[in-house]
Design a protein around this ligand. Sequence first.
Ligand SMILES: CC(C)(COP(=O)(O)OP(=O)(O)OC[C@H]1O[C@@H](n2cnc3c(N)ncnc32)[C@H](O)[C@@H]1OP(=O)(O)O)[C@@H](O)C(=O)NCCC(=O)NCCS
Length: 149
Amino acid sequence: MLAAGEVRLLTEPDLAAVFAIEQTVHSTNWNINAYKFELSRPQSVCSGVFVDEELAAFVIAYCLAPELHIQDIVTKGGFQRRGYASKLLNFVISLSRDRGAHSAFLEVREGNQPAINFYTRHKFSKYSRRLDYYGKGQNAWLMKMTFPN
Ligand SMILES: CC(C)(COP(=O)(O)OP(=O)(O)OC[C@H]1O[C@@H](n2cnc3c(N)ncnc32)[C@H](O)[C@@H]1OP(=O)(O)O)[C@@H](O)C(=O)NCCC(=O)NCCS
């Protein structure tokens, strides 16, 4: 994987780029205010990876020790499969470990095989399934991972 780029915590001025990526790559019901709320939480570890100042990928996550909760992770089209989401995941795990976390949790759409592959590659495993979580017939896998030593 290539994945050069600077990883840092997101700030409010980054949210326009976050929102633009969200809209083009995978449309959810997140809006700017929801992102603002996530960034303003003291537990926030929302981060982005920047390539020549362009936002290439972001993660929306918070750490409530001993748990890291990943709510969304998205890599912009054209930057995918180059290691950017992996870089971000490692960054938030490291931050969360410093804050006393030792495991990570998330939900993912049952049909989102690229994301499931991504998380499985990072040692997440499925532990439960929520029926109709995203709407009728759209189930979610719950996945978790204990931080590696
Ligand atoms: C899931 C996602 C964040 C991965 O980002 P990424 O920067 O491409 O990931 P990385 O390059 O760090 O890791 C790539 C690995 O993820 C998995 N993966 C990513 N895209 C994949 C695809 N289209 N098909 C199968 N596996 C895929 C593979 O394991 C891949 O490793 P490989 O390239 O050696 O086969 C990206 O596909 C994305 O933005 N998807 C849309 C948003 C989304 O669904 N997010 C998850 C919300 S829960």
